[in-house]
Structure formats: C-alpha cells, structure tokens
Design a protein around this ligand. Sequence first.
Ligand SMILES: [Cu+2]
Length: 189
Amino acid sequence: LPFVLQVGSLAKLLLLLVLLGVMVGISSWMLGRLWLGAIMTTFLLLFIGVIVSLLAPSVFSFSLQLMPPGQGPTPTVQFTVIAHDYYFTVQGSQNNSIIVKAGDVVKIIFLNEGSTAHSFMVAKEPRTGAMLAIQGAEIGSAAQPLAPGARGEVIFKVTTPGTYYYICPVPGHAELGMAAPFIVRGPSS
Ligand SMILES: [Cu+2]
C-alpha cells in the first residue's frame, strides 16, 4: 500500500508538471515567443529531474524491499534473540519480555547458540502447536528449524495490541522453557 501511495503521488506530480509544461508551451507559441518556451522547458526539465531524484530513493528502496519475501519496510525497533537449550536470551536476560508498540516495524535477529535446532515465532500461546500471532513473525519453523550456529532475521509490522509469546515452535521446546512474553502496547498504554 505505501508503494501504491508513493507511485500515485509521484504520478500526480508528474502529470501536473506535464500539464504545466503543455500550458507554458501553448501560451509561448501563441505569443510567438519560442525562446521563452525553450527556457521554460529547460527549467521544467531541471525541476522534474530534482523532484524525481528526491522521490526516487524511497520508491526504489521500497521496491527493493518487496523482492525478498518476509521483509517489510524499514524497522523502527530491533531485538537480538539468542536461542539456547532450552531458553532464550534477549538483551542479556533469560526469557526477557519483548515489548513493542502497535505500529512498530520490528526486526528480529535470531542466533541459534544451542546444540540442537531451534526456530522463532510470535505465537498466541506459550505452547507447542500455538498459532502464529503476527503475520510474518517467524524464523524457521517447527519442521525446518535453524541448525546450531545458524542465524536468521525477519522484519514484520505489529498492529494489534495484546500479549503474545515468542516461542520455539519445535515440538516440546516451548514447554522446556523456550517461551516468553511478546507484548504489543497500544497508543495509550
Ligand atoms: Cu527449540
């Protein structure tokens, strides 16, 4: 949606500039002042160039981000989650709660420092088989966990306030201790 909006506003701006250019062109032709038309066209082209180069980076970066699946827009918060057998550490504390705000774009860097395979997901409940709570909020899966020493990352947007859990979805691991709160605060809380 942001991509559509950006393209939409860019297209509107360009259309406006083209209309302006046509109007200037017609009026200078009517006045018989072709040199004025040429000067105005030159300035207009320079102006369009400046506008496009100002707007292009955001459009360009967004289209780049569209390419890798599971990647969202630019993160507003970032956490490194380290998996051990059988607990997590976040910011140096064991099973530390992750607290974010509704509207945040969250980047999770996941490191498996355990000696068995682990994954990451934000789930509705702190147990094996729990459903994914936030679209895209997973690294690996129950069936395809990350090998010891592996690293993964994901970017996802949180929209609905609530208390969720980040867990390892590998069967039994949440129950062994790989589950901790993932809290999404609302605008007023
Ligand atoms: Cu695990």
